[in-house]
Design a protein around this ligand. Structure first.
Ligand code: NAD
Length: 332
């Protein structure tokens, strides 16, 4: 039995990962301040003999040290996440992502923990060479636009993780997650699928930001969890490496909105909102974001298998059940 510490374990990806690890017999401790995570994500595990939850900030060094001292593997997911949150609170984003990762890597070094660090497709910035390859040059927007502080902070995390691997031989792997979706993701911070599904189920217009011609590839969180498990289980050959993890099936946001309406049998319409109304003046979005996944396929045999229809059905089912609960009806 291995002890896995998941920072951000009460979040969307973290709670799905926790469930799968417990199911297969590992022990899981999570460290989460519930800033964007939810207690209901981990309700099922409370009382489980192989599960523990530290409700705290990753920047609490004492707590982090204690948890790392007991862990074989650290999966570092805790971060300021979501475009709206990042635009609203850029200083907090940078502090959480950069200082938080620094402290996690220091703790991992003290106890020689195998470590996985979550990065993001946002680091590809305004790149136009599709699909995005891990070795591509990266082109971020100017620092005067807060939106880019998320990508920049995650990129610094990558440099720090790779430097720690090279200088201290800590086995660290970086995962660049592309859009990951599925049941349990909150729509509060601008995540598009839960937002659309919530709007469709409430009969409200689905708000598409910009022209809706921008496209994304959506990966079911169950596929993402399989990628993380494959890397946890892989030999040290994945240490010091960066892997894209995402689906390669591309869909425009307009087509996505239409698919959500159809699969939820909704009477909702689609309403387009200019970016500057949604996020404030000067917001820049990426038109396309498609991962090249040859590297992770070659290393651990992983590819995303689940379809967009499966993703939407799972999210619609989850959100329907949530809406039926009286306390959820008014607060999203
Ligand atoms: P999430 O917001 O659900 O999870 C992040 C978790 O970290 C939350 O539970 C939050 O409460 C916790 N957290 C934030 N700051 C913290 C702090 N200072 N101390 C302790 N806990 C803190 O988001 P997610 O979608 O599960 O993302 C997990 C990771 O994957 C993040 O690092 C994110 O950048 C990365 N990622 C996710 C996606 C995606 O599409 N979901 C895409 C790219 C990258």
């Amino acid at each position: 039995m291995r002890q896995i510490l998941i920072t951000g374990g009460a979040g969307f990806i973290g709670s799905h990962l926790t469930r799968t690890l417990l199911e297969r017999g590992d022990a899981v401790s999570i460290l989460d301040n519930l800033s964007t995570g939810r207690l209901e994500n981990v309700d099922d595990f409370i009382g489980h003999e192989r599960f523990s939850f530290a409700f705290d900030d990753i920047r609490n060094e004492q707590v982090l040290d204690r948890l790392a001292s007991q862990a074989h593997v650290i999966v570092h997911l805790a971060a300021a996440v979501g475009v709206e949150l990042v635009v609203e609170r850029p200083a907090e984003t940078i502090e959480t992502n950069v200082l938080g990762t620094h402290l996690v890597l220091e703790a991992a070094r003290r106890y020689r923990c195998r470590t996985l660090v979550a990065s993001t497709s946002e680091v590809y910035g305004k790149g136009v060479r599709i699909p995005f390859d891990e070795e591509d040059d990266l082109l971020l927007g100017p620092s005067s636009r807060s939106r880019w502080c998320y990508a920049a902070s995650k990129l610094l995390d990558e440099f720090l993780a790779l430097a720690t691997y090279r200088e201290y031989e800590l086995p660290v792997t970086i995962i660049r997650f592309f859009n990951t979706v599925g049941p349990g993701q909150t729509g509060r911070y601008g995540m598009v699928i839960p937002r659309f599904v919530g709007q469709a189920l409430r009969g409200e217009p689905l708000t598409v930001y910009g022209s809706g011609m921008q496209s994304r590839c959506f990966c079911h969180v169950a596929d993402t969890v399989e990628a993380v498990l494959a890397i946890i289980d892989a030999s040290d050959s994945t240490a010091g490496q960066i892997y894209n993890v995402g689906s390669t099936n591309e869909i425009s946001i307009n087509a996505l909105a239409q698919a959500v309406i159809e699969r939820s049998d909704s009477a909702s319409t689609i309403k387009r909102i200019p970016y500057n109304e949604a996020y404030g003046p000067g917001f820049e979005d990426m038109e396309r974001r498609v991962p090249k996944v040859d590297k992770i396929r070659g290393a651990v045999g992983w590819t995303a298998n689940r379809t967009l229809e499966e993703i939407l059905d799972d999210v619609i089912d989850y959100e329907r059940k949530r809406l039926r609960r009286p306390e959820q009806r008014h607060g999203r």
